[in-house]
Structures are given as C-alpha cells and as structure tokens.
Design a protein around this ligand. Sequence first.
Ligand SMILES: O=C(O)CCC(=O)C(=O)O
Ligand SMILES: [Fe+2]
Length: 363
Amino acid sequence: MAADDYDAAVALAEFQAARAGVRGLIESGITSVPPLFLVPSTISPSPPPLESEIIFTIPSVDLALPHSSSLPLIRAAARSCGFFHVTNHGVDTATVDGAVSAVRAFHELPLTVRSAFYTPASVGSVTYSTIPIQPGKNSAGPLLPWRDTLQVRFGPPAPDLAHLPPACRDALLKYQLLMTALGKKMAGLLSEALGVGAGRLERAMQVEGLLMACHYYPPCPEPARVVGGLEHTDPSLFTVLAQDGVGGLQVRLRDGRWADVPPEPGALLVNIGDVLKVVSNDEYESVEHRVVIKSCEDARVSIALFFNPAKRQESDLFGPLPELLTAGKQQRYRAFTLTEFMSSRREHGHGTKSIDQFRIAHE
Ligand SMILES: O=C(O)CCC(=O)C(=O)O
Ligand SMILES: [Fe+2]
C-alpha cells in the first residue's frame, strides 16, 4: 500500500474489529510496529525512552512505623516527587501476586477465549481493549499505546461484574477488597500528613478505590518507537499500583528528565493525583509519569487502583481545603465539580494543564 493510501481511522477500526489487542499483534508474529503505534515527535519530544539512565530512588515508607516516623516521610514524598513505595502495607503478598498473576493469565488466554471479552466500550462495569491515547483536542490522528487494558469499575452505582473474566475474577475481587482497607489507611495518613487531621479527606469526600486498570504491556520488536503509557498525571486523589518485576514506569523529575521507577518486591507504589494536588492547595504534587517498553521478550503487568472521591454529585465541589489557606497561603484554585474536571482533561490532555484551567491568578 502506498503511504498516501494509509487511513489511520480505517486502520484503527480494523485493529479494534480484530479483537485481539496488542498481544494479538505479537501472537501474529509481527517484526515491526504498525503505524498506529508510532509516536509522533510532536507528542513526545523528550529523548527516546531507552536512553533513560538516571538513577533515582523513589522514597519508601514502612507503614509499620509509628505515625511520628511515617508521617514526615509521607509528607516529604507527597510534596516532592509525588510517588512513594509503601511496605508493610497490610495487603498480603499472596493477594497482590495472585492478582498480578491472574491479570497476566487473562491477557495471555488463547485468542479465541480472550477476544470474547474484547470490547472498546464498557460492557456492564468491565472494558477490555487497547484504549486509544487522548493527548488533547489538537493532536494528530489516532495513536494507540503498546498495551491492552482490562478496566473494572467497582461502582458507583453497584457494579455489573457479569463480564469480569473468570480467569481473574476471584483474584481481582479479593485484591480490591483488601486494597480498599489500604486505601482508607492511606487517605488517613495523607490527610494527617497534610496537617488537617486523619479523618478530614474521608469526611470531605469519601475515598473509594473503585476504578481498577489491569494493564498488560506485551514485548515489542521496536520498543523505542512506541509508548506503553503516554506521559500523564492521574486524575485521582491518589493511585496505588502493583507491578511485576519487569519495569518500565518512569517519573518526570523537576528538571524535566525521566527517571525509572524500578519495581520493589513486596512494595506497592502510591502516587498523588490531580484532585489531591488541588485539594491540598499545591502542598502535594501530582507528578507526570509514563510507561516505556523495556523488553523485546517479557510482557509487563501492572494494576493501577485509582482512589477517588465517592462524593461526585453536581453539587460536590473540589477545591483547596479552607483550613490550608492560613496567613500567607493564597488559594491556588477555584473549586470545581468532577464533571468540569473531566471535561477539562478531555480538552487539555491528561497532564497538569487540565487543572491549570482552574488556577487563580495572583499578582
Ligand atoms: O503501568 C504502570 O506502571 C502505570 C499505569 C498508569 O500510570 C495509569 O494507569 O495511570
Ligand atoms: Fe498513571
């Protein structure tokens, strides 16, 4: 086919109609990356992913420590790189490893079994597909990440989990249950570390981990030409991530360079999302991150659980907590509804520009 004949919209429709995901491309034996996955330089002008060699240590917080020791660590991490590992987090290894293995097992089911679940739109509360990247309204044509995602919405309202694949159903339900307890604990610690008392975030917005993204990053024949996950900040209050040992997650440092976040066995990774950055009046940072494909051989699995406000009526407003606006600390954002926030993300892309729209200009 001549290059002029290439129609990205048609290619996207054909890719989705095949219901095989990126994993299906690898199974079909491709040796080069199809154009739909090639990252235009306008989207990712930073150096190619594989050149990242920066050694950067993500802070680690032992949750078994007394609060007098853990709170300053959490506070420092949330204010600087926005990411930290937690150990002794109370979710047993068997449950975390069981969930990660079950996600891998699902994504590696034979094509005929797995494609029955493939659907770009949600069926009930479950979606399994390669979700196109939405870098903002003025971007060039469609772009796909080098990953397949099983996304589960546990509510609200009460979830319809009929389409949750049996290969990972029990493991994910158990994981979500135990992670909810950790999420409540984290919300308390992040609240206390903000200096507003342990129960403040929970009272204000009811923190729930109801959206789970189970990612599968197949190996890639040309890893430097694709993106596993485009650079973004999370829209959540905070996110808790479990990952296998393959690696590929990177965070953006203050000087703009990317640093690897190597997996730490037994630890879970917590990161601050945009809503908590706003609620904390910029005391906490939601930091850009992305996923690069590290391997031509190993598939990577991760599970991101997004902890969000369960209070999300049109009357529920999110803005800096008033008690943080003490002498000398001006209000950085106007309050907004989650609907306004999500439409800003659609318009301005999945980075901090979406919350900049709500920033209050001070002299
Ligand atoms: O797979 C990962 O390590 C990160 C995924 C992620 O950033 C997300 O789902 O928001
Ligand atoms: Fe993320």
